[in-house]
Design a protein around this ligand. Structure first.
Ligand SMILES: Cc1ncc(COP(=O)(O)O)c(C=O)c1O
Length: 401
């Protein structure tokens, strides 16, 4: 195993696990020592198509030879093609392209503020949620509902009002008490917060409240979007359409990209010179996203996410229910949380070393929630391997408590 923290000049902002991966194929990865791993995490919801998907690799190879970057001083045809596709999948109208989730969320926050100013509100506020995660820039960490992410970086950006998830009376009270609120900012399913879904009827209520009060409904689909839950975007399970939707992570299956989609009143808020990004929308990232979407469609990967996700959840439930210390398995599609009654932060490392033939890549968030975010190409047979490996790992862990 590799202890990359001890000799590295890389700033130690991550607690890295002692492994260095070199290549992959589908849901399998290999490390520097030749050990094999079953990938239950896909780079935290990034590798939508798994690793080394031949069709994506061919498209990226071709694009590398043609053009990687020009500038937003010029037209980038692939931006237009991707924007057409995304707006049609999401029933939205326009797209701004950037490079990451926090950038997409920053753009959303700027849109909300400017939307407020356009309505004569000089200190526009945004409603956000307990346990939310929106990123680590100053504005997005201020919107994030986790004091650990904020500590040491005060003063926070002002203008965020926080409430509990799925609590309609709290929502109405916050809006009645804060006439400056111009937008509601919510993850359809909280990822870092522990796989906590906004209830579908709560999302429907948010849409109604935003329409009634003239607020922007901004749905952060950075982690739960791009097909992960079995629909293109997780809020679509509620049959609603947001006004602003940030995307990133899985959109280009590993090539950095971010996007914020807008519609209606949010479409015309930002004009020339009001937002920008040097790298945003470069031809390589656009091509990767266009190809990712096409492959998800051609290979039926939304249905696969629903089917394999259900298999994983049922398999883990039946393998672990009755064990003392097991709380529940929850999620939608391939966004799955397995909650235990005690901290289990050691499990990702134990999972690396667990099997004789191969280890597993998993994650723990909120100390007690084992998180699975496998690639959308995971087969039913591979899901069975993950179920049996995790059932063994977790039941042995619980037996030791
Ligand atoms: C819901 C959500 N929003 C935003 C972000 C930030 O994305 P990035 O790390 O690409 O800045 C994340 C990252 O985990 C996320 O899960």
């Amino acid at each position: 195993m590799t202890d990359s923290n001890s000799v590295s000049h890389v700033m130690p902002t991550y607690n890295k696990l002692p492994v260095c991966l070199t290549h992959g194929e589908g849901v399998w990865l290999w490390d520097e020592n030749g050990r094999k791993y079953l990938d239950g995490l896909s780079g935290i919801a990034v590798n939508t198509l798994g690793h080394g998907h031949p069709r994506l690799v061919a498209a990226l190879r071709e694009q590398l030879g043609l053009l990687v970057h020009t500038s937003n001083l010029y037209h980038v045809r692939y931006q237009e093609i991707l924007a057409d596709k995304l707006t049609s999948l999401a029933s939205m109208e326009r797209v701004f392209f950037c490079n990451s989730g926090l950038e997409a969320n920053e753009a959303a926050i700027k849109i909300a503020r400017k939307y407020g100013h356009q309505r004569g509100i000089s200190h526009p506020g945004i409603l956000v949620y307990d346990h939310a995660f929106h990123g680590r820039s100053l504005a997005t960490l201020s919107a994030t509902g986790n004091p650990k992410v904020q500590k040491g970086f005060e003063p926070l950006v002002e203008g965020f009002v926080r409430i509990a998830l799925n609590d309609l009376p709290a929502l109405n009270a916050a809006l009645d008490g804060n006439p400056n609120i111009v937008a509601i900012f919510i993850e359809a399913i909280q990822g870092e917060g522990g796989i906590n879904a906004a209830h579908l009827d709560y999302l429907v209520a948010l849409r109604r409240v935003c329409d009634e009060r003239g607020l922007l409904l901004m749905v952060d689909e950075v982690q739960c979007g791009t097909g992960r839950t079995g629909k293109w975007f997780a809020h679509q399970w509620a049959g609603i359409v947001p006004d602003v939707m940030p995307l990133a992570k899985g959109l280009a299956s590993g090539v950095p990209v971010g996007a914020v989609l807008v519609r209606g009143a949010a479409s015309d808020v930002l004009g020339p010179g009001e937002h920008g990004s040097t790298f945003g929308g470069n031809p390589l990232a656009m091509r990767a996203a266009i190809e990712t979407i096409a492959i998800v469609e051609d290979e039926g990967l939304l249905d696969n996410a629903t089917r394999v996700g259900e298999q994983l959840m049922q398999g883990l439930r039946s393998g672990l229910s009755g064990h003392s210390g097991f709380v529940e398995v929850r999620g939608r599609g391939l966004m799955i949380g397995l909650e235990l009654a005690m901290p289990c932060g050691t499990l990702p490392r134990e999972a690396l070393e667990y099997g004789a033939q191969y280890g597993m890549l998993i994650n723990v968030t909120q100390e007690r929630v084992l998180r699975l975010l496998p690639s959308l190409v995971m087969s039913s047979g591979e899901a069975e391997l993950l179920i049996s490996g995790l059932t063994g790992l977790v039941s042995e862990f619980l037996a030791k408590q």
